[in-house]
Design a protein around this ligand. Structure first.
Ligand code: F3S
Length: 375
């Protein structure tokens, strides 16, 4: 069976006969730590495809900085195989920061936070694809037209009226989680989004948390999403909510660490960069982190890390090509730290699963919030 036939078969299984040409693909699930030997075998099988990707294809973070991998490391084999297929091995979950995303064009992206970003901020037609399917789409140049790739599935169903004023990075994540948990997969239309979710990093925080707790990747953000007026016109609201700042604070009380940072032990690690931090935000954050007396780790893309070289500071490690959740560092962190703090609602959700015996908490403090949000 040809790869195209395989794709058509999968499309059918997903409930559609329609496949559409895609602009680009983004693959997730390439960390050897997460996919293990079974995943490596699958990627080895790709050799038999004897093909290259037909569209520009990026991939998610792996298990370690490429420069630190030994020759025998299976992660290196995975990356070489992907490279042979023509996949760009700049390993980041925020590839939209260096790509021009076209509105109303189709994308097969497999990282939920990135799919949510390009669907909601750029009006790209995108779904949350499983990693292996995104790779198959990349090789075929087509994707099954499913879910939020169809215009009529993008109709807003929940009207969200925000009376909160500008939210911080952590509050934006809490809002994302709250909306997903309260309204499930119904598409929200968010009034005042441009005033409330200001700045690139706040949007990333909001959408990453939202797409972690919901299967939906599309949110209409008033005055941010291109054609937001069109989506308002076709909306079919079944539910609505009004949220005050006090509602977000109430939610935050259950999630965010309430202790003073100075009361934490030295065996505390602060982790930033989920999704990967942009250069500007990283520069602002590094200045704040260097004044803390705990160990800090910042995850970002290789491009950003290269530009940050001169800014790397004693208590802060800037790491590229990976993030803590998918990295080989998990065991090291379990052995050496009692508490892991993060400002990412998404990262906290995932770290709780892998950092057995470590207290994982979302942290919010003014200087960091101001730095990351660019207040
Ligand atoms: Fe990226 Fe890892 Fe978060 S892949 S979105 S930093 S869990």
């Amino acid at each position: 069976m040809s790869l195209q036939d395989k794709l058509l078969k999968i499309a059918k299984a997903l409930g559609t006969d329609e496949v559409v040409e895609i602009e680009s693909a983004h693959i997730s699930g390439i960390s050897y730590r997460n996919i293990g030997d079974a995943g490596l075998e699958y990627i080895r099988d790709l050799k038999s495809w004897n093909r290259r990707v037909r569209v520009f294809t990026t991939c998610n973070p792996g298990a370690l900085d490429i420069n630190l991998l030994s020759e025998q490391d299976p992660q290196l084999e995975i990356l070489r195989l992907l490279k042979r297929l023509g996949v760009s091995t700049v390993l980041t979950c925020a590839p939209y920061e260096f790509l021009r995303i076209k509105p109303r064009r189709f994308y097969a992206w497999a990282e939920s936070s990135a799919a949510a970003y390009i669907a909601s901020v750029c009006d790209a037609y995108c779904e949350k694809f499983p990693g292996p399917l995104a790779l198959l789409c990349a090789v075929c140049g087509y994707a099954p037209k499913i879910g939020k790739m169809k215009l009529d599935e993008r109709k807003p169903r929940v009207l969200v009226r925000l009376r909160t004023g500008r939210l911080t990075y952590v509050e934006a994540g809490i809002l994302g989680r709250y909306l997903a948990e309260t309204f499930g997969d119904a598409v929200p239309y968010i009034e005042n989004a441009a005033e409330v979710l200001r700045g690139e990093e706040c949007l990333k925080s909001f959408l990453a948390a939202y797409a972690t707790y919901s299967n939906n990747v599309f949110v209409v953000l008033e005055r941010i999403t291109p054609r937001f007026q069109y989506y308002r016109e076709v909306a079919d609201f079944e539910d609505s909510t009004v949220l005050e700042h006090s509602d977000i604070r109430k939610e935050a009380n259950n999630i965010v660490l309430q202790r003073d940072l100075s009361s934490l032990s030295k065996r505390t690690l602060l982790v930033l960069g989920c999704p990967h931090l942009s250069y500007d935000a990283a520069v602002r954050c590094l200045k704040v982190l260097s004044n803390l007396d705990i160990k800090c780790t910042v995850f970002t893309s290789r491009f950003v890390k290269a530009r940050l070289r001169q800014l790397c500071l004693g208590n802060v490690d800037v790491l590229a090509d990976m993030c803590l959740f998918v990295s080989y560092l998990v065991n090291y962190v379990v052995e050496n730290f009692e508490v892991v703090l993060t400002n990412s609602v998404k990262q906290a959700h995932y770290l709780e699963r892998v950092l057995q015996g470590v207290e994982v908490r979302v942290v919010s403090f003014n200087r960091l919030e101001e730095a990351i949000s660019g207040f």
